[in-house]
Write a protein of this length. Structure first.
Length: 132
């Protein structure tokens, strides 16, 4: 039963950034999906490590202030390994949207670390890198 639960948390994670069709992105739902002390890392030339709040605030603003519209990202493949109450998931993803009036597409890889809590599976950490 663990894999379907992890799939559901991952789908909800990606959906948090979706603002297609004039809807508001619900980035705040990450507070339910990610442990309060979760570690978030963007790799690459702009390497940045975030707390959960440092990650949420600018994305809420960007996705809801009209600069980034019709945004969505989705997993295209994944590999999940579950051992007891911990799990790791590596997934390829694609994304598209319109930033400051210019359409774009891209993708990359995300790595998510999960732990089973009394409330179900939660994300303990995630990292990603983008490919053009």
């Amino acid at each position: 039963m663990s894999k379907p639960e992890i799939d559901a948390v991952t789908a909800e994670f990606f959906a948090a950034f979706d603002n297609r069709g004039g809807t508001s992105a619900d980035v705040a739902r990450l507070r339910k999906l990610v442990l309060p002390g979760g570690v978030i890392v963007k790799t690459g030339p702009e390497f940045t490590a975030y707390t959960l709040e440092e990650f949420i605030e600018p994305r809420e603003r960007l996705l809801n202030d009209g600069r980034l519209v019709e945004f969505t990202e989705w997993e295209t493949s994944e590999r999940t390994e579950i051992v007891g109450d911990i799990a790791s998931r590596f997934g390829e993803y694609r994304k598209s949207g319109v930033l400051d009036g210019t359409p774009f597409e891209g993708g990359g890889t995300k790595a998510l670390q999960f732990v089973r809590t009394p409330d179900g599976w939660r994300i303990a950490a995630f990292s990603w890198f983008d490919r053009p």
